[in-house]
Ligand binder design. Structure first.
Ligand code: PXL
Length: 286
């Protein structure tokens, strides 16, 4: 069984980061180690929240793992709480990086970075305008990055647009690849009403896009659901395109089932109900 580690916060309620990544990745048949970077009462979209920063645990935990000879087939990062944590995560990559590669083997591992820091044109509440430059350094070391359009514009310095054509998306992909990552995936891309999807390009010039139906509702944490399902699929040996399509379809399933619920959107999407769907659809693609 493949083993990954995911570095992100625990938001105790609110369905995002580790409370999403751990169940999804485990259900997909991948061992999911965790390195919690902070503990919050809820994510930062709730009106009030507590936050205990765990930056001082990142180095001792990773050193203990090194002493034990523990290694990972994948490293997946999400929300990071500070510029200092970005620096520490870069150090973590240096320690645990094997040979880079999307062909899974004993000698390689894959680094996946979801630069979860912004949406709908705005940085999340906890960050200042200097933060994206720090996150760009984390992205530079990744094999695969998974920004939405807001994050891509903050990482590249290109303007944020809600109306655009393919050339804007190509410019964002150019800028993202220039950061240093090997593959840039843009999420939340739409060229026609009613359709939403992902577009990627890698350093070798390979391109791919996948579009599914756009849902009327939106819920907090769906980016984390997407990145976690993508990571699980990739680690089970799906191709990039297959893993992206499975993750995008899963998010739509989760949103559609949540649409019947009265809970506010910041409580997140009911991804739990659709875990059987995810497992069945993963199995069908293996
Ligand atoms: O879903 C991204 C996320 C993760 N963790 C925390 C957040 C957010 C988004 O706001 O606040 C703590």
């Amino acid at each position: 069984m493949k083993r990954i580690v995911t570095l992100q916060d625990i938001s105790c309620v609110g369905r995002c980061s580790l409370t999403v990544a751990l169940p999804i990745i485990s259900a997909m048949g991948v061992e999911c180690g965790i390195l919690p970077t902070a503990v919050l009462s809820t994510h930062t979209m709730f009106k009030t929240f507590t936050c205990k920063d765990l930056s001082d645990q990142i180095e001792p935990i990773s050193e203990a793992w090194q002493r034990e000879g523990i290694g990972f087939d994948g490293i997946y990062t999400g929300y990071l709480a500070s510029a200092e944590q970005c620096r520490q995560v870069c150090g973590f990559f240096d320690k645990f990086r094997k040979k880079a590669g999307q062909e899974l083997s004993e000698e390689t591992n894959v680094i996946i970075v979801d630069p979860a820091m912004a949406d709908n044109g705005k940085l999340y509440a906890a960050f200042d305008s200097a933060f994206p430059a720090q996150m760009a350094k984390v992205c530079a070391k990744a094999d695969i990055i998974l920004p939405n359009i807001t994050e891509a514009s903050l990482l590249t310095g290109l303007p944020y647009r809600t109306e655009y054509d393919e050339s804007y998306i190509q410019d964002l992909l150019d800028g993202l690849l220039k950061l240093g990552c090997k593959t840039a995936v843009l999420t939340g891309v739409s060229y026609e009403p009613g359709k939403l999807g992902v577009v990627y390009r890698d350093k070798g010039g390979n391109e791919f896009s996948y579009f599914t139906r756009r849902c009327a509702q939106s819920y907090h944490g769906t980016g984390d659901i997407f990145s976690s399902a993508f990571t699980g699929g990739l680690m089970r040996g799906l191709s990039m395109g297959e893993a992206l399509a499975l993750a995008a379809d899963y998010v739509v399933e989760c949103i559609e089932i949540t649409a019947g619920s009265a809970a506010p959107r910041w409580y997140g999407a009911e991804f739990e109900s659709k875990i059987p769907w995810l497992c069945e659809n993963l199995k069908a693609r293996l």
